[in-house]
Design a protein around this ligand. Sequence first.
Ligand code: PHE
Length: 348
Amino acid sequence: MDLTTQLGQLRDEGLGAIQEATGLKQLNEIRVHFLGKKGPITAALRGMKEINPEERPRVGKFANEVRDALQRAIATKQDELETAQMAAKLEKETLDVTLPGTPVKTGTAHVLQQIIDEIEELFLGMGYQIINGPEVEEEHYNFEMMNLPKDHPARDMQDTFYITKDILMRTQTSPVQARTLEKHDFNQGPLKMISPGKVYRRDTDDATHSHQFHQIEGLVVDRHITMADLKGTLQLLARKMFGADRDIRMRPSYFPFTEPSAEVDVSCFKCDGKGCAVCKQTGWIEVLGAGMVHPNVLSMAGVNPEEYGGFAFGLGPDRFAMLKYGVDDIRNFYLNDERFLKQFAWKG
Ligand code: PHE
């Protein structure tokens, strides 16, 4: 049999085998069998030297065509098999996305966090910054810088946990006032900030006291700030938190770091001021402390009280939440009883 006929037969045989291949492994075996180094085509080409020289180019060309034809057929078949394999895999792995899933348990923001978020939102909208201060605080900032020198009788109301003689768990968020005032550059504009966070007192825990609770401090310092600015701001706060019809009133009080100082009441949201159990028949509920920043606080923090002045206030989110939602025991906020916390889940 001459070489051309032999090659032609090999081609037909190969193409037939490729056509019938049913798997990639089998296809590869066919490739090795026909086109491999030990395969018949390679062997046939080795036989070229026996052909007479005039014939060689024609036979050589034909041999190349046979090899190309087999290679192309293998490539095409390989594509086909791979596509079929992928299709079969997809078919097998089909998911029924309409099956009901396993519900994921989602948490919600803690009710106190919800109150803090609402208040932050209100003050951010009025251009205040939110500033955090340390809970483990220097006695110097917690008391001295807030105009409570050593042996000041007002310190008695705020005994706390001492880490060392000079380091304590802060009793109020007010020290953040001093820390922020010290750093503020009034050439950049007025200082308007709130500072939410935890505070600590040496209190025996009962329905209305907890050794750890929350406060939000507010501070505005600029030129020409008056008590009217304070009242307007707190009015807004009361209405946002307790309803659009609320009024506030300010009663004279005492804080070492404000002068004058005021205790701020909001008109009772339960009875609208007529008198009920919530407001103890007075029509008013005490919600926070406030006042005009004491000149000593300003000057100790390096701010000239002749030029600058402002107001400050401090409120308790725990107390706000208790009033707003009729919670009668502050300890509920800290027990992490889901049955309690879930009641406030509607807001997230
Ligand atoms: N720091 C005060 C307290 O804990 C509250 C307060 C803050 C009062 C700012 C006036 C101004 O009782």
